[in-house]
Design a protein. Structure first.
Length: 267
């Protein structure tokens, strides 16, 4: 029986231990990582941040918190191509460089420990933050305030000129959604870095977090194909075929299965 992953226990805690869950995910890729030690060391960062915050009501402390992180040299990782270290939380803490999501996870944990109200917003391509009730969003990379026009401009940069801003882009998201987004980021980055075994760990986590769908099974099938595991690839192709409602796609999946030597019997 496969042991229950530690990050899942963190996710199911009440309330969810989001920051620790992200560290446990990083530990799946780095056996030397000790999440408990990172959590202890994080107290030093909290003290540094708290010491630099102005004397304001907690509802007004979110933007100063993000600016304080910038003063402490936490910034968006601008290395190209982006490497997995930009999403692995312990490496982000070490390097003080990371993707917007990773920087947001650090800010959210600091805000939680300092009783500063702050929420994640599942904006496409660039996770954002919000103070409940505020008329603006916050960029986790620099603390900049983003109003509707700014969000529209950001969406055009990350999603292309045809993208249109709508209310769904500005919804807050919970710990479950953040871990799913983190896992998708890591899977893409590990795949692009030529690390299929690491990408496979992320793809399997995605399937635990996301509702069953064609795209996620095809993603894992592609990784198995790269690893030359035809039986595992066939399993995911069959699951994708069962979930698929698009007839042309079903035909393509059937052809791929035949190329693997067997067509499944569907009832």
């Amino acid at each position: 029986m496969t042991p229950r992953p530690a990050w899942l226990d963190c996710l199911h805690a009440q309330p969810p231990a989001l920051f620790e869950a992200a560290l446990q995910i990083a530990a799946e890729h780095d056996p030397e990582l000790q999440p408990a030690q990172v959590l202890r060391d994080f107290a030093n960062l909290r003290q540094l941040v708290a010491a630099g915050l102005p004397h304001l009501p907690v509802a007004e402390q979110a933007q100063p918190l993000l600016r304080r992180l910038g003063e402490l040299d936490f910034h968006e990782d601008d290395d190209l191509p982006t490497r997995p270290q930009a999403a692995l939380l312990h490496r982000v803490l070490q390097r003080r460089r990371g993707q917007p999501l990773s920087l947001a996870l650090i800010a959210l944990e600091l805000a939680r420990q300092l009783d500063i109200p702050l929420q994640a917003v599942n904006f496409p391509g660039h996770l954002l933050l919000r103070v409940p009730g505020a008329d603006h969003l916050l960029d986790p990379c620099n603390g900049r305030r983003l109003y509707t026009r700014d969000c529209r401009e950001l969406l055009l940069r990350v999603a292309g000129p045809a993208a249109e801003l709508h209310a769904g882009h500005l919804l807050t998201c919970d710990a479950h959604a953040l871990l799913l987004r983190l896992s998708r980021n890591l899977c893409h980055l590990h795949g692009a870095a030529g690390e299929p075994l690491a990408a496979l760990k992320d793809a399997e986590r995605i399937l635990l977090l996301a509702p069953p769908n064609v795209a996620d099974h095809l993603l894992r099938a592609a990784i198995y194909r790269e690893l030359d595991c035809p039986q595992a690839e066939r399993f995911d192709l069959e699951r994708a075929l069962l979930l698929c409602d698009d007839e042309p796609e079903r035909l393509r999946l059937g052809q791929r299965l035949r190329e693997l030597g067997r067509t499944p019997a569907l009832h």
